[in-house]
Design a protein around this ligand. Structure first.
Ligand code: NAD
Ligand code: AKB
Length: 320
């Protein structure tokens, strides 16, 4: 096989801003093309090829793929859960039409491999909440969850009909410090660190006992690349793999932060995101990912908390 040329759509988001440099380290800066609807900051712009592009503009995406000889696509552009509930029509359009455009561009241009992320949002109130299995009752009741479940079905269908090598992970809530999250229900687990470091205070929009599956971004980026580099024969699940690292409640995360910042206070003012969180699993069974392509998480709650406090603290020092 020749040199891979990788296109990342939604490269300026929470995942893309960390996945892009990680892929550039492996495949070479010029072989990883970042695309987004937003204008990048000067650092990102200077760090490698960038194209302003809208995933809903199929012709434009197709021409970038053709002109640059793209062989792999990572499609990350989507409306996340909380934002999608406020704008269901736009969320459905972006999450579904965007995916169809990429699936079709992939077929028309003989793309070798496609990555598209799903989410724990595919599960719903009738799903077993603890150690949620790979395959079980899935009746999501959010716009976002419905779009991710439909997306998983379409990925399987494109694989069956066209043999497209499409790989996917059901990410839990992702925790990172480089870019703020983009409108999800699990965002509190990032915001809380900024509140703790800046003001020693945080108002949490979920109640203290809401347990959700979470993952530190380093694990998510490494897992994504390992999935994409795994031997195709090992990727038996064509919808999307369960993966996880840890599960905790806001009260447990607060207690972990208080080990370093004892004065930190978190209070709880649940809003409409509580309903979304209550419909999702508390913990995930990721044994299929472990067995089939060797997934192992490296960050637990104490290790993630210590990394986040260190990096968020550094960012706040630099901003003075
Ligand atoms: P994000 O909202 O931080 O980033 C999305 C990026 O897509 C943004 O930079 C945005 O400008 C761009 N974008 C939006 N509309 C676009 C369009 N029409 N054309 C091109 N780009 C467009 O999202 P994220 O957190 O990085 O998530 C990426 C993917 O991972 C999404 O599919 C999301 O559902 C999935 N996911 C994320 C999490 C998480 O916790 N972050 C968890 C589960 C699944
Ligand atoms: C969200 O909260 O919407 C995302 C997700 C779990 O998909 N972080």
């Amino acid at each position: 096989m020749g040199i891979e040329k990788i296109m990342i759509i939604g490269a300026l988001g929470q995942i893309g801003s960390e996945l892009t440099p990680a892929l550039r380290n492996i495949y070479g800066t010029d072989n990883v093309i970042a695309c987004d609807l937003k204008e990048p900051g000067p650092d990102f712009k200077e760090s490698g090829p960038f194209f302003y592009s809208d995933v809903l503009d199929k012709e434009n995406i197709s021409s970038i793929v053709e002109k640059n000889g793209v062989t792999q696509i990572y499609h990350l552009a989507a409306y996340l859960s909380a934002k999608a509930e406020h704008n269901p029509a736009m969320a459905w359009k972006l999450n579904m039409e965007g995916l169809f455009n990429i699936l079709d561009v992939a077929i028309e241009n003989n793309i070798n491999k496609l990555f598209w992320p799903s989410s724990i949002a595919v599960f719903g109130p009738t799903t077993p909440k603890v150690n949620t299995p790979q395959t079980c009752m899935m009746e999501p009741n959010t716009v976002y969850g419905i779009s991710k479940k439909a997306g998983e079905g379409w990925c399987e269908w494109y694989h069956k009909k066209y043999g497209l090598d499409i790989r996917s992970l059901r990410y839990p809530g992702l925790i990172s410090y480089k870019t703020l999250p983009g409108g999800g229900t699990t965002d509190y687990a990032v915001d809380i660190f900024h509140g703790a470091v800046a003001n020693k205070r945080y108002h949490c929009y979920l109640n203290g006992q809401t347990k959700l599956p979470m993952m530190y971004m380093d694990d998510a980026v490494r897992g994504t690349i390992e999935l994409m580099e795994a031997d195709a024969d090992n990727i038996k699940i064509k919808s999307s793999y369960n993966i996880t690292s840890m599960s905790f409640t806001p009260a447990e995360l607060t207690a972990e932060i208080q080990k370093t910042i004892p004065e930190f206070i978190c209070d709880y003012q649940p809003d409409e995101r509580q309903r979304i969180a209550d419909s999702w699993p508390q913990s995930i069974d990721d044994s299929k990912a472990c067995e089939e392509w060797g997934w192992r998480h490296q960050y637990d709650l104490p290790k993630m908390t210590s990394e986040m406090l260190k990096h968020v603290g550094k960012l706040q020092m630099e901003s003075f």
